[in-house]
Design a protein. Structure first.
Length: 108
């Protein structure tokens, strides 16, 4: 997850309680041409984002899934990423894939 965030120009952080948070990284602007520029209304990397959101849910990593989705929402709302066509799909992928939390089983 951290490597994928880096690829997108984002950064995965953890709070003192271990909660995930995805924020814009210092190299975000460098990644815009490859990851966030949209020709014809989309970018092929956006399909990767969809798959990651889906897989995080299937693996029970709901905290990470929601942290990534929240960052995507912020990118869209701020105008840093013109991803209006992808947002409904990303929201849907985050809702579809739900598995009981792995953290509750693994970190007891």
């Amino acid at each position: 997850m951290a490597r994928f965030c880096w690829f997108l120009g984002l950064e995965l952080r953890r709070s003192e309680l271990g909660r995930a948070r995805v924020v814009i990284a210092s190299h975000f602007r460098e990644r815009v041409p490859d990851c966030w520029s949209s020709m014809f209304g989309s970018n092929h990397n956006w399909l990767r984002i969809s798959r990651v959101l889906h897989c995080l849910g299937l693996c029970g990593l709901r905290d990470e899934q929601q942290a990534l989705l929240q960052c995507l929402e912020e990118l869209y709302q701020s105008g840093r990423a013109r991803c209006a066509s992808a947002m409904p799909h990303w929201r849907g992928r985050a809702r579809q894939a739900r598995w009981p939390s792995m953290r509750s089983r693994v970190f007891r």
